[in-house]
Ligand binder design. Sequence first.
Ligand code: 13P
Length: 248
Amino acid sequence: MRKNLVAGNWKMNGSLVENAALLAGVKTALAGMEAVVCVPFPYLAQAQSALAGSSIAWGAQNLSEQARGAYTGEVSASMLLDFGCRYVIVGHSERRSLYGESDEMVARKYMAAQAAGLIPILCVGELLDERDSGITERVVARQLDVVIAAAGVASLAKAVVAYEPVWAIGTGKTASPEQAQAVHAFIRGKIAALDSEVANGLVIQYGGSVKASNAAELLAQPDIDGGLIGGASLILEEFVAICKAAAK
Ligand code: 13P
C-alpha cells in the first residue's frame, strides 16, 4: 500500500533567519512523520543541519541535466547529494513556462536525478486554456510520455509524480477534489496500462493552492497520495496541518 507524502516547495522564498524558525518548527511538530521540504539551493546546508537525524527529508527545486563542467549557474545532482538531499523537484510549471524547460529537458533532468540516486518529484499539469479547450489529458499524457520514453516506465518506481494544474498554482483557485481525482486516475490508469505494479505503488501528489482548509477533502480522493505545497508550506501551522491530514 502506498502512503501519502507531502512535500513543501518553498520556491524563491526564505532567509537564514526565517528558515531557522520554520525548519525547527517542522522538525518538532512533525517528529516521527514523513514529509519533505524543498528549499532554495543556498539553504540546503541549513536544511541539512536543521533536519539531519529527523523524519523530515529535504530536497531541491531544480537540478542540471549535466553532471559537471562549463554550465555557469547550474547545480548538479551530485552537488545535491553532497548536502544530503533525497528529493528534487523536476519540471515544475514555473521552470517550464518561465525558464523554457521543454518536456525533453525535463526528462533529461529526471534521469540525471535518478542516476545519482535522488527521487525526482516530476511535475505535470495543464494551462488554463488547455483545460478550457478540453485537452488536459492530452497535455499530461504528453508530459509523461516523454519521460517514460526516455527513462522507461519502471523508473517511476523510484519517482513521485505531482499533478499541478497551472491555473491553480498560487492563484487561490484549487482544482475541486473531483477535478483533481479525475486527472490523478487518468495518470494512474495510463501507467497501469504499461505496468500495474508500478502504477499501484506510485505516489501522485496534488499541487495548486492546497491549504489546511482544503487538504482533507483532496487527500480523501483515492488517487491523491499527498501534496506538493507552495505558499502554505511557508506557514508553519498550515504545513503541519496539511501533513497531519495526510497522515490520517
Ligand atoms: P501553491 O500551493 O502556492 O499554489 O503552489 C503550488 C506549487 O506550485 C507547488 O509546487
